[in-house]
Design a protein around this ligand. Structure first.
Ligand code: B16
Ligand code: MG
Length: 214
């Protein structure tokens, strides 16, 4: 029985990865670290602090906690500038239609994102009212691949994890969903999604028939 769908945000509903990249690259330049778009793949679904640590690893730099916090803060300020003008036109193809279809079919719609900016982004996309529950980076203590974010999402809408399906674009998120005992659908072209139960290119591929066949 499919009773709840849990969506990741970045890479599934909207492509914020490009803005994260701009902000991280700006920070990396300041630190004299070469950070490429390929490196950026490693940051998908990963928390802000862990992302910074990956960049520092790439540049062979070690900093203390306070310095790291200051840098993460700075990156986030830039990121917020970059997403300030986001609007509905940035919703990925088919996402809104699929969410509306789920609601018409009495299926709970839940967000399970690592981002602490998730609510701001959903507001800009005019999607915030479509969600029955929003679990984001401000709610969890353990980042993906820990299943916490998805388990909390299921609990928030009172649905058993085995009746939940997760849509994710990142390897860490697929692992988190599987560890939560949920069906994990990989969204996107990346071959890192091979561990997903099935893989689709985007939510535009989804309809009730396809969903019920899972
Ligand atoms: P913030 P998701 C993730 O979102 C991004 O994929 C990841 O690149 C980012 O570092 C993380 O959110 C934290 O975001 O800095 O806004 O708290 O894919 O889990 O929706
Ligand atoms: Mg993602």
């Amino acid at each position: 029985n499919i009773e709840a769908i849990i969506f990741d945000l970045d890479g599934v509903i909207v492509d914020t990865a490009k803005y994260h990249f701009l902000a991280w690259q700006r920070l990396a330049r300041e630190l004299d670290i070469e950070f490429t778009i390929e490196d950026n793949e490693r940051l998908k679904g990963v928390s802000r602090m862990r992302s910074l640590e990956i960049i520092l690893e790439i540049g062979n730099k070690t900093l203390d906690e306070k310095e790291k916090e200051d840098l993460a803060f700075k990156k986030n300020e830039w990121y917020k500038e970059y997403i300030a003008n986001m609007d509905e036109s940035e919703i990925l193809e088919g996402a809104k239609e699929f969410i509306e279809l789920l609601r018409e079919n009495n299926i709970k719609v839940v967000l399970g994102s690592a981002s602490k900016n998730a609510k701001t982004i959903l507001e800009k996309l005019n999607l915030i009212d479509c969600f029955h529950a929003i679990i984001d980076g401000t709610c969890v203590t353990k980042a993906k691949p820990d299943p916490q974010v998805f388990l909390q999402g299921a609990e928030a809408v009172g649905i058993d994890p085995i009746n939940c399906i997760v849509f994710e674009d990142a390897e860490a998120g697929i692992e988190a969903a599987k560890r939560a005992g949920m069906v994990a659908i990989g969204v996107g072209e990346a071959d890192t999604l091979k561990d997903a139960h099935i893989q689709i290119k985007g939510l535009y591929e989804m309809n009730m028939e396809r969903l019920m066949s899972l």
